[in-house]
Design a protein around this ligand. Structure first.
Ligand code: ATP
Ligand code: ZN
Length: 283
């Protein structure tokens, strides 16, 4: 069977999480900062370490079969690739931001203004769809300093916490797109068995991240009320305890409604609640 190639960012914001995800999928490989390509010892896969900007085209052209890259980069490069799985990290938004003292007050007031960005393709589409004619100034980095230098009236840049904007005297003005890291593949290769196997592994790691394993002790008399609060993968396991009117209940809970459920469980008489991380969930 052919060895697959997956392209991930060599260094930068997505590198660490991409490596961690692949390792959590049970893939063994060396992660030397100097190497451009690293074979996986226990799966027919090679890892290519690239600049994120090159990843979508490499996947489109079949130099890599798979890639992990921000949606923003995929949209900007306008490639035709298959979106296989959003990955839940590298979340950010592409925003138009303006100086704190700017007179820009509505989208329409961007007409005729200069906007500096490293994302001219996405920005252009956004402006067109809002019928705005602005002057897009494409620059290759440090976009946030351009209004201060008098190079533009606004910027369009990636924002996660907003700290960089703030420290440059800028404020968010309009949301252009939100983005996260995604697993992409070459169009037409989605059904390949090895690719399917990798997608399954990635999904099982992501599912596990979203859920917690919960063990608790419950008075037998309240068991129905307690199990009603616990959906579980199928249904909770109930284990007898030495003390005959108590049982231990084991189950998994989605992280998002975790705190809600814990207080409801306590109210229903649960005690000794232990919450554990899960490594993988395979259906
Ligand atoms: P490379 O050297 O690979 O070209 P880069 O400098 O273009 O790296 P990074 O700054 O490492 O890229 O960002 C990689 C990706 O991380 C972005 O394309 C975006 O999807 C995501 N990201 C998440 N939060 C942010 C943020 N606050 N600023 C920029 N990118 C972010
Ligand atoms: Zn880049």
């Amino acid at each position: 069977m052919k060895t697959l190639k997956i392209a991930i960012q060599k260094s930068g914001r997505l590198n660490e999480k991409s490596v961690e995800l692949l390792k959590n999928c049970g893939l063994n490989f060396e992660n030397y900062k100097s190497s451009l390509i690293s074979p996986v010892s226990n799966f027919p896969l090679e890892i290519l370490f690239l600049r994120d900007d090159d990843i979508p085209e490499y996947v489109q052209d079949g130099i890599a079969d798979l890639g992990i890259v921000g949606e923003n980069v995929i949209q900007e490069t306008e490639v035709d690739v298959a979106y296989l799985q959003p990955l839940g990290f590298g979340r950010c938004s592409l925003k138009i931001a303006i100086p704190n003292n700017s007179d820009i007050s509505s989208l329409a007031s961007l007409n005729g203004k200069a906007i500096a960005t490293t994302y001219p393709v996405i920005l252009n589409k956004y402006l067109q769809s809002n019928n705005i004619e602005a002057d897009i100034r494409t620059i290759s980095g440090s976009v946030e300093i351009s209004p201060g230098l008098g190079l533009s009236d606004a910027i369009c840049d990636l924002v996660s916490t907003g700290g960089t904007l703030k420290s440059n005297g800028l404020k968010p003005f309009a949301d252009v797109m939100s983005s996260e890291a995604v697993l992409i593949g070459r169009k037409g290769e989605e059904d390949n068995d090895l690719i399917q196997e990798l997608i399954q592994r990635v999904q099982s790691v992501l599912r596990a991240k979203e859920t917690k394993y919960v063990v608790l002790n419950a008075p037998k008399a309240n068991l129905d009320a307690i199990t009603a609060l616990l959906p579980g993968v199928k249904s909770p396991s109930v284990v007898a305890l030495a003390e005959s009117d108590w049982v231990a209940v084991h189950t998994v809970i989605p992280e998002r409604d975790f705190w809600d459920r814990i207080s409801q469980l306590k109210q229903a008489g649960a005690q000794g609640i232990v919450v554990l991380p899960i490594e993988k969930i395979i259906f």
